[in-house]
Design a protein around this ligand. Structure first.
Ligand SMILES: Cc1cc2nc3c(=O)[nH]c(=O)nc-3n(C[C@H](O)[C@H](O)[C@H](O)COP(=O)(O)OP(=O)(O)OC[C@H]3O[C@@H](n4cnc5c(N)ncnc54)[C@H](O)[C@@H]3O)c2cc1C
Length: 456
């Protein structure tokens, strides 16, 4: 079977490549291969009742399938160059922002209309933060919410399904050069194409490394972010979240000079498990629909770790810490802040006594036995710093879930077209190590599609 373009991975990067390719040239023969299920078959069995925690499904529906890792995400599209990836380093700041706005227009057209666009521009919180040595990053945030995000994805699929051949539940095993392009091999068959776009996301990190090794595509080690997910009563952060929805706040610790940042804020949301290559970590999401909202807000506090010489395996380091929490807690551990600073574990009884109702069923335990001192000290310092702009953050009952790890793929060597040293072989989205967000990954998909069309 021969195609003009084969896209590997149907996350935001792959979807927006397919969208733009078929828009610019409807005659193009395009196929999308996706290891996970189609959208309507994606289902996480955790129901909080019969199945309380991750049972390591063969294909994790949270991370894989049409919509990629973004399908059950909070659908927060951060339109900014300040975080979410370094796409701007390849294509320029203006173009990166223009592409993110273009993606936002498409999302609005396909069901997102009426959702709120928040912005940090001119907010009084910037001053409040700086007065307390906290730094609020600039961004516009489109919040689709998990429910509307799902509707947008469904509409995009309906738009694409007759224009593109989708192969779901079809893992690509290898990619190699062939006459006039590339051979894409699955367990059953080989497919051929002129241009190949690889957009395998974070779940495809190990596979991506293997392909880069086989094809001698240079890569370099990226960082890993390690920390906890904080959950507290929504009222504590309401003044910030009502106006900004998501506030990305950075703090430099006094003890070590490390930067700790807030990440992925979910007002009135829920804490969820995340399964990356069999390791259970924690994440969060929230809904636009008031019926599905909770009384709690959650966000991550993360510390970035880079390694250079002689140790380079940042992800391996993060994985080991996450494994330790899985070993002690059988999954994710939860601890009250009051217990952590008193040097004692949280127990089921202490949790029952708490005024907070956790939204994730995690094992009460002791995060100080899991997180390295330097990281934990930084998180504690940041909680006290946040308490000054959002009093109540450092309350005894504030819950810390651990561990939250943000793995970044090895950064692959690509040019400003996101093309590898092989003509017509592109690597985009989170799988490239260049993007780490819905908006950047989607923008990289549009960028690559336009480059492919321009070269024809
Ligand atoms: C719970 C959760 C919440 C999140 N919330 C947000 C948020 O609110 N805002 C935000 O900006 N970001 C969020 N993110 C991150 C965001 O989802 C990712 O940055 C984004 O999805 C990256 O898009 P991508 O297309 O590069 O990769 P992905 O979305 O990861 O998609 C890659 C796809 O490739 C498939 N694949 C992998 N290997 C192969 C193979 N060999 N063959 C075939 N298919 C393969 C995978 O199954 C997957 O479906 C969240 C992530 C999670 C897990």
């Amino acid at each position: 079977m021969r195609y003009d373009v084969i896209i590997i991975g149907a996350g935001p990067g792959g979807i927006f490549s397919a969208y733009e390719l078929t828009k610019l040239n409807p005659q193009l023969k395009v196929a999308v291969f996706e290891a996970g299920h189609c959208l309507e078959k994606r289902f996480c069995p955790i129901d909080g009742d019969k199945i309380k925690s991750c049972i390591s499904c063969k294909s994790c529906s949270i991370m894989s399938g049409f919509g990629g890792a973004g399908a059950f995400s909070d659908g927060k599209y951060n339109i900014t160059n300040d975080f979410g990836g370094t796409l701007y380093e390849y294509i320029g700041k203006k173009q990166a922002l223009d592409l993110m706005k273009y993606v936002d227009d498409i999302n609005m057209h396909y069901g997102g209309e009426g959702t709120k666009l928040y912005t940090t521009a001119g907010t009084k919180f910037k001053t409040l933060c700086i007065q307390n040595d906290l730094h609020l990053l600039d961004a516009s945030v489109r919040h689709l919410g998990t429910d509307i995000n799902y509707i947008v994805l469904g509409n995009l699929y309906n738009h694409l399904k007759d224009k593109v051949d989708f192969y779901f539940d079809t893992m690509v095993e290898t990619v190699c050069t062939a006459e006039n392009g590339y051979e894409v091999k699955t367990a059953q068959e080989s497919y051929f194409c002129k241009d190949c776009v690889i957009s395998v996301g974070r779940i495809g990190s190990k596979w991506m490394e293997k392909v880069c090794g086989e094809m001698n595509i240079p890569t370099k080690s990226n960082r890993v972010d390690i920390g906890v997910r904080v959950e507290l009563p929504a009222a504590v952060f309401a003044h910030l979240t009502d106006e900004l929805y998501e506030s990305k706040i950075v703090y430099r610790t006094e003890t070590y000079g490390d930067k700790v940042r807030t990440f992925c804020m979910n007002p009135k949301g829920a804490v969820v498990n995340e399964n990356t290559n069999g390791i259970i970590t924690v994440n969060g999401h929230s809904y636009e629909d008031p019926e599905k909202q909770t009384d709690n807000t959650n966000f991550a506090l993360l510390v970035a770790k880079h390694f250079s010489e002689p140790f380079k395996d940042s992800n391996g380091y993060g994985e080991s810490i996450a494994r330790l929490s899985n070993m002690l807690g059988g999954g994710v551990i939860v601890q009250r802040f009051g217990d952590l600073i008193r040097g004692r574990r949280s127990t089921p009884d202490r949790m029952k006594d708490s005024f907070m109702t956790p939204t994730l069923n995690a094992t009460p335990g002791d995060l100080s036995l899991v997180l390295p001192k330097r990281i934990l000290d930084g998180i504690i310092e940041m909680i006290y710093a946040l308490d000054k702009v959002a009093p109540g953050t450092a309350n005894d009952d504030t819950l810390l879930y651990g561990v939250e790890v943000k793995f970044y793929n090895m950064e692959v060597e690509v040019n400003e077209q996101l093309e590898t040293k092989y003509d017509g072989l592109y690597i985009i989205g989170d799988g490239s190590g260049i993007t780490h967000s819905l908006s950047h990954a989607s923008a990289s998909g549009v960028h690559v599609a336009r480059n492919i069309i321009n070269k024809q």
